[in-house]
Design a protein around this ligand. Sequence first.
Ligand code: FAD
Length: 564
Amino acid sequence: MLRLTDLRLPLDHPASALTDAILARLGIAATDLTGYTIAKRSYDARKRGGIVLIYSLDVDTPREAEILQRLGPDASAAPAPKGGKNSGKNPAPADTGKVLPTPDTAYKFVARAPAALPLRPIVIGMGPCGLFAGLILAQMGFKPIILERGKAVRERTVDTFGLWRKRVLNPESNVQFGEGGAGTFSDGKLYSQISDKLHHGRKVLTEFVLAGAPEEILYVSKPHIGTFRLVSMVENMRATIESLGGEIRFSQRVEDVLIEDGQLRGVTLADGAQLRADHVVFAVGHSARDTFKMLHERGVFMEAKPFSIGFRIEHPQSLIDAARFGPQAGHEILGAADYKLVHHCRNGRSVYSFCMCPGGTVVAAASEPGRVVTNGMSQYSRNERNANAAIVVGITPDDFKPFDDSGSPLAGIALQRHWEAQAFALGGGEYEAPGQRVGDFLAGRASTALGAVQPSYTPGVRLSDLSASLPDYAIAAIREALPAFDKQIKGFAMADAMLTGVETRTSSPLRITRGTDGHSLNTRGLFPAGEGAGYAGGILSAAVDGIKTAEAVAMSILAGAARS
Ligand code: FAD
């Protein structure tokens, strides 16, 4: 199989244009093309009205060896081909390096469980990281036990809507906690900038397709799933883990750990039950503040790390579509447009857009009573009226000091809690979020009426002055950034665009540091993983980290078995 990269075709090309492009690139006749599949499809929207699709294709041809010799990475001035459409032509210089053997992206298991498994590994948390750690361990035969503090996804959905519709927050079952983890009620964006030489991301996407995701996620450049599909996919993956001998226990909060001489020996649950284990994956997400505190008190090494805070911004999706796609806005292949913006401010801060949700809604994402936190989600169709994204400012452990200057690694949580409680108060104390029109925010006055953009956050938005909802440096930075973003997306700083606050859970405020073997730096058998441990940011990277951590656990179990 050959991988052809960087094949460019106009947005509205007929299906036959792909075949023609393959034949032209390879200089072969149609009879020599056995078949092809799309490996990747992205687009280049820089030229207004002239959006171009960019394909990578996997092509089957009996002339593979000869083509590689002629056009492959090691091609020299090879003789021209015979019998092809382009016979007699050498490859255009621009095409050099764009024909390769298709890489092997199939996942390779690193281990098989021994017949006599000493103690079953435990995975704490069933977000994307814990789900994939559990799945891979199960597929290798290690029969993991997954402990999840929240409920199974259908019951959890009821609780999550309890906050959105009835202002009732269940601290153990909400947007952050429960089967599927934080990404279940989300846009389901499945891309990441992690380096992934072993193609673990491909394994994640393949498992998602097996669990019911649309096949296109395997090839579109920015795949997304949307909330409703994620719910049933998570259930299907649970069934797979169970069919392989894994066990999943809901409403089981891990409250303590048993550590003997620097080695983890087990965990204690909220009901007092104890489970023995020598290998425990902590995939608890960035909102498990009580768990972080407990691990810190037990002496597990962790350190504060930078993260970001800000607001959600909402615009009409049509404005973003028009700015990004011009006259081709609304094209089926393009879908609702997204954006990614960054601005470096005079005060040394950087402001950037984060977790952009085209055609989606802003959601209440608190997990603690008396606090307000925003985030964003969408459905697969992405056809809600507003585009939303977090607009956030980077902060470092130095910024945590006004809230906790003890040098504790938990100081970032103190900062988060302070501003989340402030947002709760500004919102009126009943889980409404404080909101402000961008025009009023830039002019430094409280909003008193909504404009053309209706905020989508439920249970509701209370108009307010958001300058009291974040530190001054963050407000100054966002005030500087919005007009700068307007230069990139015309209308971005429109007076009626809506800001809703506050966005405080962009990533973990700490890192539970691990060694290259996956164990905590000072506690053998404790495997910090995923976003909460500071090793991932987003669904795909958390899932990939789950795979890597499962591999580390498997290797450690096998090494232990070999020693005994
Ligand atoms: P989590 O998903 O947070 O899972 C941790 C799990 O551990 C939770 O289920 C929790 O209940 C459990 N847990 C915690 N403590 C304990 C304990 N003591 N005992 C037992 N269980 C415990 N990312 C994207 O890539 N794309 C998106 O479109 C996207 N949209 C998002 C929308 C929303 C509303 C939110 C909240 C997040 C979104 N994210 C998105 C971020 C993404 O969800 C996270 O990066 C990802 O879920 C992190 O995975 P994780 O497995 O590390 O942790």
